[in-house]
Every structure is written in structure tokens, then in C-alpha cells.
Design a protein around this ligand. Sequence first.
Ligand code: HT7
Ligand code: ZN
Length: 880
Amino acid sequence: PRSIRLADYRPPMFLIPRTALHFELYEDFTLVHATLGLVRNPASDERGPLRLAGEGLELRELLIDGEAPVASRWRCDAEGLELDDPPEAFELCTTVRIDPRANTALEGLYLSRGMFCTQCEAEGFRRISYFLDRPDVMSVYSVTIDADRRRYPVLLSNGNRTSQRALDDGRHRVVWEDPFPKPSYLFALVAGDLACIEDRFRTRGGRDVALRIYVEEKDLAKGDHAMASLKHAMRWDEERYGREYDLDVFNIVAVDDFNMGAMENKGLNIFNTSCVLACPATTTDAGFQRVEAIVAHEYFHNWSGNRVTCRDWFQLSLKEGFTVFRDAEFSADLGSRDLKRIEDATLLRTAQFAEDAGPLAHPVRPDSYIEINNFYTLTVYEKGAEVVRMLHTLLGEEGFRAGSDLYFERHDGQAVTCDDFIAAMADANDTDLGTFKRWYGQAGTPELTVEDAWDKDSGAYTLTVRQQTPATPGQPGKAPLVIPLALGLLGDAGNLRLTLEGETPDGEQADNTHRVLVLEEPEQSFTFTGLPERPVPALLRGFSAPVRLSYPYRREQLRTLMTRDDDGFVRWDAGQQLMVAALGDVQAARAAGTTPALDPLLAEACAALLDPATPDPAVAAAMLALPGESTLVELAAHAGGADIDAIHDAREWLRAALGEALEDVLVRCVRRHPPAAAYAPVGEQIGPRSLRNTCLGYLATRGDTGLVLARAQLAEADNLTDRLAALRVLAQAGDATERETALEGFYAAWQHEALVVNHWLQLQATLDLPDAVERVTALMEHPAFDLGNPNKVRSLVGAFAGANLVHFHRADGAGYGLLGGVVEALNARNPQIAARLLTPLTKWRTVPVRVEAMRAELSRLAALPALSPDVYEVVSKSLE
Ligand code: HT7
Ligand code: ZN
């Protein structure tokens, strides 16, 4: 397979202002008639044959301006159609036959539970029709769909429905017109027997929009939360960004077999059922929040992605980074800002930092790729969103809004680049962001090392900050970045007023206790003057930049930050650092062959979080949670290499030690937060529920105390959050009979709810049991499992390899063999999912004692015949 390079970008030779598609859907095959109006692109000086992309298409008819071209003037191969000497402007008609039933890759047009649906991003449209399948070719579409009326009563595409009529032989025809030019990746079609819930939204400008969520009849009761979320998102985008919806209808369809979470097709979003359906019995609290966030994310793409789209796929973060930032702010505004920031920082620090430190590290705007599907990564999405957040921090809310207004105004209807986005931000604020742009081109996580000095006599406190970014594949040397470092300084009586050397003190002005320092040199010093005492620095408030920061905090200082800083992220992070230090003690004691002891400072800090006076139970729960194994592995890997067994052992020891030391307080806290009378996924309930279940997790180490509470909770729960928390305790801490009885009982009760069964699979995949590998292998034969359904594969195999670290890394290599076997089985069937599943194996450098076994499995895969480009790219780059 060959690499595509950003440096080779050339504008398209032709444009396609108009596209008319006619689909004839049959049980065994589909005919697609396309009529394209092509014109030469004045911006291109390229000459020669015109190539249209097309894959897996059986060409039935080809006409140029109504006539069949001479055979020697055109040709077809596995990748497309080539036309010699095309006229300056012409009409191209093609008819192709495709086979959606045989489409297991879930890209292009395929069938999911008897319903036709499409997924065209990034390059799926070429599996439907010959086209210039690239995002800078934007076209106005008219789509006609014919299908059997009884089997497919609902026929949907983008835009507005303009006609509908019966045909002969029990078939019917519907026509959809989308007035907005769009790239082919935003095309969508759905045909099926679907029910829908309906609502309306009146835009700020007075347009009435019909909102519909289409689901299978059995799921009709599960659409309300998504509908409410959609309306919140529409209002929020008007208020925060001044962006209104632009069509008369907004449709969402829920599909069970789906490669990712959801897709923002113009006016016809298609969702993985797991990201749109929600009800208390089948959805956890986190699931409700996820539905709200993803519905909003896809809706926000209507402006950041659809009206203004990407020039090429290297610019993917233009739409994804910006839209993730937008959805994060939406969630923060509707829920808890601190918690949202903690969750996002955790994701960054565990998974994105690991990606940025591994063999597949790439910049937010990559320079090259083999398979674009491999670049829907945490770096492009989450780090990309952090880059946008830093702009927001540097420009302020008003400046950022001015920049986004200018961006949308300048580029509405265009396909543009990350440079265009930055230019709009810079121009609207009359500033230069030239150096800031390095964030888009430079891979790797910057490391900030902070030192301080205190001059008691003058009351001057100096922070010296060094930045450096480690080398990444293909980028040996790095330039310094522009980094906003938000901070405060804590004294005995609270926040100190901040005056930098050379400034005049702010007198009585209240809000001078928080500061954003802008770093841009390899080393910079900042001296604060007039301080009454040596402060404790509260660094990186709000996780103001996606960096690793090290400062030699003493444990008492962390305790101070944990209880006293204004910033929720700093408080949480200080607690996590205290836990990491305590885990270090345990590992050191184990290595020395001595008995570990629980750090009393940590025990006291945790007890304080469990105190009834602690104001926010949700934050208390987050602060009580031990750092995850993946976070600890990432930290250890950065420090030279992770011993996964030792990390797991230390973490379990600390969990048990805290469970023992705090047993009474934990039990009291559980009793203080009984289940609500009637479940609702609202903050006032989610916080206490999460605190109770966190306590239950600690009490699981206390034998009967935990088991008794869990049994009662499982029997009485009216919601999935509480059921799963209790089931996990019984399955993990109970004896074999208790475990199997609980698991079987749960399956018997919920086997008809696919999304609940996925949780059941995931729970078992992440149990810490000696036969974890064998259990997962056996579950792959269970009737509930289906290799063709990405949700099931992710729940069982993805969760095992990504979240059950000790067992995935079992010394005999059985975990690697299991994963490799599934990747092999999926390589031809669904390459996109196969390649994604491989991620945990690519981290072989981080686990020194397993290097050989992990590489051996990767090498075995590399040697397989007919490797898909997706898997080839991941395997070959990770072995380099
Ligand atoms: N823009 C979408 C990304 C996407 C995708 C979605 C579903 C299936 C396959 C896909 N490939 C790429 C989703 C989003 O970020 O909004
Ligand atoms: Zn997106």
C-alpha cells in the first residue's frame, strides 16, 4: 500500500456542482444511477485523464453527454474509472450494481438488521458510485430512492423531502433535495421499517424545524433523552456561537451495526444505537451523558464540519478538534465543568499521551497516511480539541468568539485548512499566531519542568519553567511551543495576589489571584513580588495545556492543594499525585520484601472526602477513585518501562488497605446515599450514586460487608448503573457460585436488550480472574456474541485488551494470541475495526518483560497474506 502525503495535495481537476442519484434497492442487489454535472476547475492546471474513485462497483452503463464513449477512451480498475480527454464541462451518467448484503466492512451502503444504511466518511462513497470522493469537491445533491413499500416504508436521505409516490409492484419512490453543497462523505441514505419520535424546534430566526429520531419499533421508548439533548444543543449553539440550523428537518437514525459512535451527515445523522438510545434500565449514568454529548457533537458539526468542511483529510482536526472542544464546553455548561475537565484530562493523559509517545505518534495535522480510517485518533480529536481550547484561553471568550464568527463568515460553503482557521482567529484579534501553529505540525507531548526559588527577604518567588518535546517517529528535533500555563499561588490564608516583577500591584482589585503565563521559550523565569510567605504553586489550573508537568511537590503540599485550591482540576490532580506516591511506597516495599504501610496522610485525605460535609459527592467520587491501571502504566512507561503485575498488585493492595482503614466511614457513606425513589439521570442523583458505588468498590475488598450490600443493591436497583456496580462486586469478590449465579441471572433477565448484554460482556472481559483469557475465549462462542457487530467486539475483545491489563499481558502470551486471532478474523471482514483493536499490541515498548511475545504476535500478523491497508499500516509502523 502507498502513502498519501499532505505535501502532494493538488486541487481537484474537475468540480461537480450538481449530483443526481437514483437508487433502486432490491433484496439481493442495488442499482445506483448517477448523473454528475462536471466542470473543469479553474484552480487546477492539471491536464490528462480524469480519475473518479470507485471500489467494488460493477459498471453497467457509462454515458458522456448522453453517449457511450469509445472503448479506448476510458478504463476501469479496482480503484476507479479513468476518462481520457474529458470535455471542459460535461454530464457523466453511470449505472453501477452493488451488493449491500455482502458489505461487512460497514462502509458505503450496507445492511444492518434488515435496514439499508450508509457510512461514507471518510472514503465510503466510492463504494456506492464513481465520484471525485474527496472533501474539497462539494456538490448539490438530489436523491431518488425506490424500494419495496412494505419492507422499507421509510426512505431517507439528506436535506428536505420533495416528493413521494407509489410505484408498480408494491414499490414506492421518495425524492430528497439538499440545497447545501456538500462533500460526498456527508451523503447518507437509510431505508427500513422504522418508527420515529417527533418534536419541533423554532430557531432564533423563526424557522420551524421538524426533529425526528428513527429507531426500531421496540426501541421507541428510548429516544426521549436524545431528543431533549438535541434541542439543548440547538439552543446552545445559537447562544454561544450564534449558529442556527438551516434545513426544515433534522433526522437521526439509530443503527446497530456501526463502526464508530455516530456520523454527522447533512440533515440525516446516523448513530450507533449505543450512542442514541437511552432509558434507565438499559443505560448507565455515563451512558446518558455520552448520548447527550454525542448528539450535541454531531449537531455542532452542521457548522463546524458541514457548512465549513475540510479541504483534505489531513485537515481532519479542523472539524473534529473544534467540534470536540464545542461539545466539551456544552457538556461543561450543562453539567459539572470540573468533572468534565477531569474526565477529559484523564483521557488525554492515559490514552492520548500514550499514543503520542508510541510508534504511531503523529501531529494533530498528520503529514502522511496509508489508510485515513487509521487517523481518527485521540490525537486528532482530543489533542486537537486541546489546541482549540488553548486558543480560547489565549484569546479569551470574546476574542475566540470573534475569531469563530469570522471563520464561519469567511468560509461558509468552503473546504478549508487548519491554517485558515488560525488565520481567522488571528485576524479577528489582530494578533500573530504563527508560532502557536506549531501545535498542528509537531507530534509528541511537551514536558514542562518547573523549579522555584523563594527570597524571604524581598518576598520574591521565582518560577523557572523548562519545556521540551521528545522526539517522535520522523520528527527528531522539536521547536518550543506556545503554552498557556494557568496558575495560582496558595498561602496559609488562601490565594495570594499575583504581581509579576515590573508590574504595579493591583491594589484592591479582587481577581488577581489567577494568572495565565504564556510560555514560548525553552526556558523562562517568572518572578512574583510582594508575597508575604513562601507559597504552594497551584500549577496547570484547569489543565490549561496538554502537557506533562513535573514539580517536586511534597506530600503535605499536595494535601494543601487537594483541600484548598480554587481549581477543581488541581484539587483532583493533587489527590491523584498523592495516590501515585502511595502506590510507589507499596511497590518499593514489595521490591524490598518488606510489608507495605498505608500512608496516613492519604487515609486521612480520603476520610475527609467521605465526610458528610464534603460539598459535591460527584467530585468526591472522582477524587476517591484510584488512578486507573492504564494511567499508571503510562506514567511508568514514561519513566522507563512498566511492570504491569507490580502496578496491579500495588493498586489492589492500596484499594484493600483503604477499604480496611475506612470501612466504617465507607459503610456510613453508602447508607447516607441510598438509591433515589425514582431514577433520573440528573446531577443531583448521579453524584450521590457515583459516590455510593465508589464506596462499594472499596468495600468489595471487605468480604461479607461488601457482598451483603451488593446483593441488596442488585436485588433492589431500578437502574443499570446500580445493577452493574453491584454485579461487578459479586462477580469479582464473590465465590465461584455467587459469581456464576449473578452473571447468569443478569443475562437471563436482560438477554433481549442488546446494549445491556454488551455491558455484561464488557464486565466479564474486565474481571480479574485467573481464567480471564479463557472466559473471553468462551464468550466469543456465546450466542450473545457476534464478530460482525463492532459494539460486541469492542465490549468483549476491545475491553479485555484495553482494560484488563494483567490478563491481556499474561506471561504465556495467551492474551496476545487471543487478540491477534480476532484481528486476523476481522482483517478481511471489517478492516477498520481490526486495525483499531490492535492498539494495545502496538504498545510493546512500554512493557519491557513482554517485548518479545508482543512483537512475535505483531510479526505473525505482518506475515499474513492479503493484509488490509488498515491493518498493514498499524502493524508495519508499530514494528518499525
Ligand atoms: N465524523 C465522524 C467520523 C467517522 C465515522 C463515523 C461512523 C463510522 C465511521 C466513521 N469514520 C469516521 C464521527 C464524528 O467524529 O463525529
Ligand atoms: Zn466529529
